[in-house]
Design a protein. Structure first.
Length: 391
C-alpha cells in the first residue's frame, strides 16, 4: 500500500480511537455517578431511619455507614486535636497512621486536602475530618481536555483533507495543462511535418501556398508558447475585432482536418458589423479554439457541421455561438461541464472547457454557457464591447 493511501487510514484510525475512547470514558464516569447516587441515597435512608429510631444509629449501623462511605472513593483523613492522623480512607497511597514515617506522609497529604477543601472540625469532640475529591470527579476533569483533543483531531483531519484535495487538484491541473499544451502544439506540428514530407517526396504542390501555410503553423506554435504564460496572470485588454479572430481560426482549421477529410464542414455566419470587444486576442482565439476542437472531437468518425455564428449585441456584450450536430453533452454532465476534470471523452483530462471559462469569465468579464438544444451542442459566448472612443 502506498504512503498516500496509508496516511488517511492512519488518521482515520486515530480519529476513531479518540472517539471510542471518549465514549467509553464518559460512559464509565456516568456509571460511577449512578453508583454514587445509589450510595448517597442509601446513606440518606439510613440517617432518616436512625433519626426515627429511639436507639439512634447503632454501632453496627455506624460501621456499615462508614463502609458505604468508603465505597464513594473520597479520600478522608481523621486527625486528633494535635493534628495526628487517627484513621484514613481511600488514600492514593498505602499508609498506616500508627507508623511514624507514614504518619508524616499523611500529615503532608492532609495539608494538600485542606488547600482544596476546608476541614470539618469538632471542637467539642476534639477531632477534624479532612477530605478530598472522589476519583470520578478527578477523572471528570479530563473530559474538557478530551473534548479539546477531539476538536483538534477533527480540525487537523479537516485541514489535512483540504490540503490534500488542493494538492491533488493542483497536481491534476498541472498534468492536464501539460497535456493540453502538448495537444495545442500537436496540430501545427503535425501540419509542418506533413508539409515537409510532401516537399521531400517531390510531390507537385504548385497549387498550394506552402510557405504561407507553414508560416501560419509557425505563428500558431508561437501563440501556443505564449498562452500558458498569459493565462497565469491578468493580461492587458485592448480593442479586438472579434470577427477577424473567428475567421482566422476557422480558416486555419479548414485546411487541417486530416483524419476527417471533407466529412466535417466549418461554416461561418458572421452577418452584421464586426463588433469591437475588449480582450486579449491570443486568449480569445484560444477559447474559441477549445470550443472548436471539442466540436471536432464530438464529430470524430461522422459527417457533420460546425457552425461559428454571430448573434448580435445586447446589454453591452457581443454574442457568438459555437454549435455542432454531434452527439451532444450527456445530461448528467451539464451542470459540471466547466469544472476541472469533467470530460465527455474517455481519454480526456477535462481542462479545455475549464480554461474557456477562466479566459472568458474570469479574465474578460464575459460569459460562456451551454445552450439547450435538441441535437448536438451549442455554446453561447458573450464578450464585453469596447467603450466608445477606444474602438
Amino acid at each position: 500500500m502506498s504512503r498516500r493511501r496509508s496516511v488517511p487510514l492512519v488518521i482515520l484510525s486515530v480519529f476513531a480511537g479518540v472517539i471510542v475512547s471518549y465514549v467509553l470514558y464518559t460512559q464509565r464516569v456516568a456509571d460511577e455517578l449512578r453508583s454514587d447516587a445509589a450510595v448517597f441515597s442509601w446513606i440518606y435512608f439510613q440517617i432518616l431511619q436512625a433519626a426515627e429510631s429511639p436507639d439512634g444509629l447503632t454501632p453496627e449501623g455506624q460501621l456499615t455507614l462508614l463502609r458505604e462511605l468508603s465505597r464513594l472513593g473520597i479520600p478522608v483523613v481523621t486527625t486528633d486535636a494535635s493534628g495526628a492522623p487517627t484513621s484514613v480512607q481511600n488514600l492514593p497511597f498505602e499508609a498506616d497512621p500508627l507508623n511514624p514515617e507514614d504518619s508524616q506522609r499523611i500529615r503532608s497529604y492532609v495539608s494538600e486536602l485542606d488547600q482544596r477543601n476546608p476541614p470539618l472540625v469538632s471542637e467539642r469532640a476534639g477531632f477534624a475530618v479532612h477530605y478530598g475529591e472522589p476519583a470520578f470527579l478527578r477523572r471528570l476533569k479530563w473530559i474538557p481536555w478530551l473534548q479539546a483533543l477531539l476538536l483538534i483531531t477533527v480540525v487537523g483531519i479537516g485541514a489535512w483533507v483540504v490540503r490534500t484535495a488542493y494538492a491533488s487538484e493542483r497536481e491534476r491541473l498541472w498534468s492536464a495543462m501539460a497535456r493540453e499544451s502538448a495537444h495545442q502544439m500537436g496540430t501545427p506540428l503535425s501540419s509542418l511535418v506533413g508539409w515537409l514530407e510532401l516537399m521531400e517526396s517531390g510531390a507537385d504542390m504548385s497549387g498550394e501556398n506552402v510557405h504561407a501555410k507553414m508560416r501560419d503553423d509557425l505563428e500558431r506554435l508561437e501563440k501556443v508558447s505564449r498562452r500558458f504564460e498569459l493565462v497565469g496572470r491578468s493580461p492587458a485588454l485592448r480593442p479586438v475585432q472579434a470577427h477577424e479572430v473567428v475567421r482566422r481560426l476557422a480558416r486555419y482549421f479548414e485546411d487541417r482536418l486530416p483524419s476527417l477529410g471533407g466529412r466535417v464542414r466549418i461554416e461561418l455566419d458572421l452577418a452584421g458589423p464586426d463588433p469591437i470587444v475588449m480582450g486579449n486576442e491570443t486568449l480569445l482565439e484560444w477559447a474559441f479554439e477549445n470550443l472548436l476542437k471539442n466540436a471536432v472531437d464530438s464529430l470524430a468518425g461522422h459527417e457533420g457541421t460546425i457552425r461559428l455564428s454571430y448573434v448580435g449585441t445586447a446589454h453591452g456584450k457581443a454574442r457568438y455561438l459555437v454549435s455542432d450536430d454531434g452527439a451532444g453533452v450527456p445530461h448528467h454532465l451539464r451542470n459540471t461541464l466547466f469544472d476541472v476534470g469533467v470530460t465527455t471523452k474517455e481519454s480526456g483530462w477535462g481542462v479545455g472547457l475549464s480554461l474557456v471559462r477562466r479566459i472568458l469569465v474570469d479574465m474578460h468579464n464575459g460569459d460562456v454557457r451551454l445552450r439547450d438544444t435538441e441535437t448536438g451542442a451549442s455554446f453561447a459566448i458573450d464578450l464585453p464591447l469596447a467603450p466608445e472612443g477606444l474602438e
